[in-house]
Design a binder for this molecule. Sequence first.
Ligand code: PLP
Length: 628
Amino acid sequence: MNQLDVSEDVYGVSRWGKGLITKLPNGDVGLMDPLHPETPAISLPEIISDLENRGIASPMVLRISSFLEHEIRQINESFGEAIKRVGYKAPYRGVFPIKVNQQAQVVDRIVEYGRPYSYGLEAGSKPELVVALAYDLPKEALIVCNGVKDAEFIRLAILSRMIGFNTVIVLESPKEAETVIQVSRELGVDPLLGVRVKLTHRIGGKWQESSGDRSTFGMNTDQLLQVVDRLRDVGLLHCLKLQHSHLGSQVPDVHDVRHAASEACRYFTALCEEGAPLTHLDLGGGLGVDYTGEKRSAENSINYTVEEYCTNVVETVAYAMDDAGLDHPVLVTESGRAVSATSSMLIFDVLEATLYDGPDAPAVEPEDHHYISDLSAVSGYLVPDRVQECWNDATFYRDELRALFRRGAVDLRQMARAERIYLSLISRIKALARSMEDTGDLDMQLEQVADVYHCNFSLFQSLPDVWAIDQMHPIVPLQMLNQAPDRRAVLSDITCDSDGKVDKFILSEGMSPSLPVHSLPEEGRYYLGVFFVGAYQETLGDLHNLFGDTNVVTISLNPDGGFELLHEQEGDTISQVLSYVEYDPNDCVAAFRKMVDSAVTKGRVDSKQRRQLMSAYKDSLAGYTYFE
Ligand SMILES: *Cc1c(COP(=O)(O)O)cnc(C)c1O
């Protein structure tokens, strides 16, 4: 038999790694430079150790600008190629939805990398429009304004046209149209308008609620006509240039892309018949990321590539417009996830492990309850054929003994002996199960006794979608991938919340409730990486237990095989986090000092202890919220 290839056979790295994540000969996880595929991969643990030498500690979010540049090139060039192949007669002008990753470091780079493609921005709120208008965008680039808008939002959008921005106000309702009509009259400037159409086609996947009849956004046919008629009445119909519809996020099945696009085209041609001079068709977001690498229509996977998505869109629109005898509109999409997800990873180390095993079983004492000798006797028939029976029996005796302990029939020392015997049985059962091909249901049952690896991160701050909507991300140890993992663990974060754990993992064999891991090394840290966290994770996080933002580092991969540190953003200090929840750190120091001084007055604390107390308090305020 071939030797086990841990990165492939256990973690399936090349399935989900998108050619960006790989394993190096020394067992480290390596990063490939997609912009220079001939350059050898660079070791991720070496990058981390280099950063730590510079004083940048984990947990950290590591952003790889080369990955982001690659994704921007990929979507723009894939549309470009599909347009050429299909003979489509208008360009693609994508926009990046700021809500997907609002971090200035990310948006700055998206604008920079998107410049050659006249790539624009999508703003779903007033603050996002303010951000978009701070960029000197290419002449042809769009700013698409979605979401509910007030007069102030609309005023800024209209006025921005005076300095050359192509800011499109996408009308979400007839009421919004009235505000636009009023504001543009006041200003004496014509707006650039879009209408958001509610498609009836419902897509599958996690975000089906955001599509179809019951979606909260967009107008139905009746409202659309009201708006068109009203714009015509007030002489503004010539401003209506764009039709927008959003399929929802992470569309799993490419058929839905075609169906939704063709329904959108039907509205487009119908609105043109009504006299709307539409020139742009915006199909919103929805292009998915194959987080699991399964390549199928499933919640965390997709059954298509970026190229296929682009071809499907371009082809569908071309046919529909040709049939209707209309010019091909400029194609717009608002892909967020597919552009930014792969470029960030979360890196943390394991602080300690709670192991569910025991090397030695203590001897049964004469005074022990007979269930303890029954438990001990299980080891006598622990053979492959009876391993399930052994698990059943051991767990039964252990549970009975716990009940007896609660009633006072078994004392603390007996109970401790029983637990140790049980744990030593569990280690042997786990070892035996690992060596067997088929263990039936036992694998599932053994998850109850998986080890717990306590990790230096907060799920609520750094992986909110994992907590809230069961989003899956590939998670792997970043080192030792030449050695077979000898344990299985669930990951627990450092918040005091039983929800703060990860217990669903992407493995080559499929989803698993535990992650194969190595025994923690005697020396050096054991790092884990959570991949593809660049979309939606960075600003949704909350301050559970007052764990704040992690350190964030942006690097680019060099063609010569090294990396360059582009930007470093220090994580929150305790003092910063306290001010977010309205504490004044100076007041906290003053209040603490008052209590210390009163203890000094009473003679309970001397002046040296006073100094110690005050500096411990102040050092904590200035420190990182995570383990240092
Ligand atoms: C969220 C959102 C997007 C981005 O969707 P992705 O699936 O991340 O590409 C685009 N447009 C609108 C209107 C959105 O609300």
